[in-house]
Ligand binder design. Structure first.
Ligand code: SF4
Length: 281
């Protein structure tokens, strides 16, 4: 049986994004959801967390959106797949949360990161919240799988100081097996960000036997190196911290026996990105 946190006792601020949160908006009428998606007046959020040092430069305030169209086999937050698992948060309340931290974020040379789930499932809310942050003089970052990048206009891209672009795999077949969707739109978005000279930090989750193929990574590295706007690559070793969520949600988890990559493989992959002139960590 799934444990349900009562809506009224769930704070907007989470201790970390690995908290399981479900069905927090199940009573929101469909008409409100539809209108919210059109206007961005309300966002559906898993939580806000503070203090992240890995989601952009400096110390970050991160808002985790609910809703994702990918089904990554290694996803560590499957409770964010369904938008209705998130809390319905009026834009003003989310902006007030930003306001609380704006001074601290500036003095720590940090900023605000919108992550998920996939934030562009709620593109109007995402744009309005990022624009509000930018208006406060806060550095803004969008963590996205890029599949819906075409929903953003070039003017809207100007509100985003940094895109943390998750490219899940290079090979189209492997990408589809891994996430259930095509890689093409993500690569198109990367090219467009390059044309618009918007900086990218590329994120690559390294999973043994799934995304560690040397030839695939070489091709991805050549692509990323050729874009001219990739400031760094973060190679993220697969881990099992989200496993309990799959079990609680009763979803079949194919990677129960998968181990994190060895330090040698992580080093090799970083070297592959470095060999095309990129910084990789
Ligand atoms: S894109 Fe992110 S949130 Fe969506 S399934 Fe993949 S890892 Fe999970």
């Amino acid at each position: 049986m799934i444990e349900r946190a009562p809506v009224e006792t769930v704070p907007l601020e989470g201790s970390n994004p690995f908290e399981l949160r479900i069905e927090l908006s199940k009573d929101v009428p469909e008409s409100i959801v539809k209108k919210s998606l059109e206007t961005g007046d309300i966002g559906f959020l898993h939580s806000f967390t503070t203090g992240s040092a890995v989601d952009g430069p400096g110390i970050r305030l991160v808002a985790w959106t609910a809703g994702c169209q990918f089904r990554c086999l290694y996803c560590h937050n499957p409770d964010t797949w369904n938008m209705m698992n998130g809390m319905a948060v009026p834009l003003e309340r989310a902006v007030a949360e930003l306001n609380k931290y704006q001074h601290g974020l500036k003095i720590m040379a940090g900023g605000f990161t919108l992550s998920g789930g996939e934030p562009l499932m709620q593109d109007r809310f995402a744009v309005r919240l990022l624009t509000a942050a930018k208006g406060m003089g806060i550095h803004t970052a969008l963590d996205t799988n890029g599949f819906l990048g075409e929903r953003l206009t070039n003017e809207e891209l100007e509100q985003i100081d940094l895109v943390l672009l998750d490219i899940k795999a290079w090979d189209p077949e492997r990408h589809k097996q891994l996430v259930g969707k095509d890689v093409g739109p993500t690569l198109d978005f990367a090219r467009r960000l390059a044309q618009q000279r918007r900086p990218i930090w590329l994120r690559y989750v390294l999973v043994p036997d799934l995304t560690d193929d040397q030839a695939d990574i070489n091709q991805l590295a050549v692509f990323a190196g050729g874009l001219g706007n990739v400031e760094r690559v973060d190679v993220l070793p697969f881990h099992q911290m989200g496993r309990y969520k799959w079990e609680k949600l009763g979803i079949n988890y194919a990677l129960s026996d998968t181990k994190p990559p060895t330090p040698e493989v992580v080093k090799r992959v970083c070297e592959q990105f470095r060999s095309v002139g990129l910084k990789a960590y």
